[in-house]
Design a protein around this ligand. Structure first.
Ligand SMILES: CC(C)(COP(=O)(O)OP(=O)(O)OC[C@H]1O[C@@H](n2cnc3c(N)ncnc32)[C@H](O)[C@@H]1OP(=O)(O)O)[C@@H](O)C(=O)NCCC(=O)NCCS
Length: 170
C-alpha cells in the first residue's frame, strides 16, 4: 500500500459533501454506457446523494489522496439495503464509486479489501452485493460470482437492473 498515492480510512459525516461529489462525478459518467439514458436521468438523483446512515456507520470508507482529495468511496452494512433485514454472517456491499479521473488505479480494490478485512473480523462469512451492470467485472476481479439478475426498485417503483453478486469469506 505504501506505493499508492491514496489511503483508505473510515468515513464520517464530515465527508458528506466530498462523498456526494464523488458519487455525482462517478455514476453519470461510468453508468452511461450500461443503462438507458431516460432511466439514468430518473435514477441518478436518487443514487448520487451521500447516505447519512452509511457515513455514520463506521463501516463506510473513503479513499483519500495525500493532498486530501476524496477519490473513492464504498462500504458494507449488516443490514440489507432497503429492507434493513439482518442475517447472521451476511453483509451487504454499499455505495461503491471511484472518481472517473481515478478509475483503474486500485481505489475500488483497496476499499473492497478493507471491507473484506473489517467484515471478516466481525464474523461476516458472506458478502452480498447488488452490482450495477457497469461494475460486474470489478466485483468479479475481487472474487465475487454473479448469482442472478435483479431489478432494484428505485423510489419504490422504478426498476433498475442490477446483478446479485456474492463472495464467500474464508
Ligand atoms: C466499479 C468501480 C467502483 C471500480 O473502481 P476502480 O477504482 O476503477 O477499480 P480498481 O482500479 O480497483 O479495479 C480493480 C480491478 O477490477 C477490474 N475492473 C475495474 N473496472 C473495470 C472495468 N471498467 N472493466 C473491466 N474490469 C474492471 C479490473 O480487473 C481491475 O484491475 P486492473 O485495473 O489491474 O485490471 C468504478 O468503476 C465505478 O465507480 N463505477 C461506477 C459506479 C458503480 O457502478 N459502482 C458500483 C455500485 S454497485
Amino acid at each position: 500500500m505504501s506505493t499508492m498515492n491514496f489511503f483508505v480510512r473510515i468515513a464520517t459525516p464530515d465527508d458528506t459533501d466530498t462523498v456526494g461529489a464523488v458519487l455525482a462525478a462517478s455514476y453519470p459518467a461510468l453508468l452511461a454506457s450500461h443503462y438507458d439514458k431516460d432511466l439514468l436521468a430518473r435514477v441518478l438523483p436518487m443514487i448520487t446523494r451521500a447516505n447519512p446512515r452509511l457515513l455514520a456507520s463506521n463501516t463506510f470508507y473513503v479513499a483519500q489522496t495525500r493532498q486530501g482529495e476524496i477519490v473513492g468511496c464504498g462500504g458494507w452494512t449488516p443490514e440489507h439495503p432497503g429492507t434493513g433485514e439482518v442475517v447472521k454472517g451476511v453483509a451487504h456491499i454499499r455505495h461503491f464509486a471511484t472518481h472517473p479521473l481515478w478509475t483503474r488505479k486500485g481505489v475500488g480494490r483497496a476499499i473492497i479489501a478493507r471491507c473484506r478485512n473489517d467484515a471478516a473480523a466481525r464474523g461476516v462469512v458472506k458478502l452480498h452485493c447488488y452490482a450495477t451492470l457497469a461494475a460486474e467485472n470489478f466485483y468479479r476481479a475481487a472474487g465475487f460470482t454473479t448469482v442472478a439478475s435483479a431489478d432494484v426498485l428505485m423510489g419504490s417503483s422504478l426498476p433498475f437492473p442490477t446483478l446479485i453478486m456474492q463472495l464467500e469469506l474464508s
